[in-house]
Design a binder for this molecule. Structure first.
Ligand SMILES: [Zn+2]
Length: 88
C-alpha cells in the first residue's frame, strides 16, 4: 500500500450473537481496552454492570464470553501475558 499522507482508521464490529431486526446495537468498551477509563452506563439492559470499565475489571464469565471477539490489542496482551495479568 502506498502511503499518501492520510491516516486510516479501520473499525470492524463483529456480532457475538444474531441481531434482531430493529434491535439497538450496543458495544462494550471493555472489549477494546484494558483499564484506562470508567464511566456510568446507560444501556438499560437487565444484566448491566452500571459502570463501564476496562477488560481487567470484567467478571470472569464475561471475560470468557468475549474471548475471540476482543480487540487485537487485548487478544495479544492475553496471549503474551495471560497468567501474569492482574485481573480483578
Ligand atoms: Zn450497561
Amino acid at each position: 500500500m502506498e502511503w499518501t499522507g492520510y491516516r486510516y482508521l479501520l473499525i470492524l464490529f463483529v456480532a457475538i450473537r444474531d441481531i434482531r431486526q430493529g434491535e439497538e446495537v450496543t458495544f462494550d468498551y471493555a472489549m477494546t481496552d484494558w483499564d484506562y477509563f470508567e464511566f456510568l452506563c446507560n444501556c438499560r439492559e437487565c444484566d448491566c454492570r452500571n459502570v463501564v470499565r476496562g477488560f481487567k475489571f470484567l467478571p470472569a464469565g464475561k471475560r470468557e464470553e468475549y474471548k475471540g471477539f476482543l480487540s487485537l490489542h487485548l487478544e495479544r496482551l492475553l496471549k503474551e501475558f495471560g497468567s501474569q495479568l492482574n485481573l480483578q
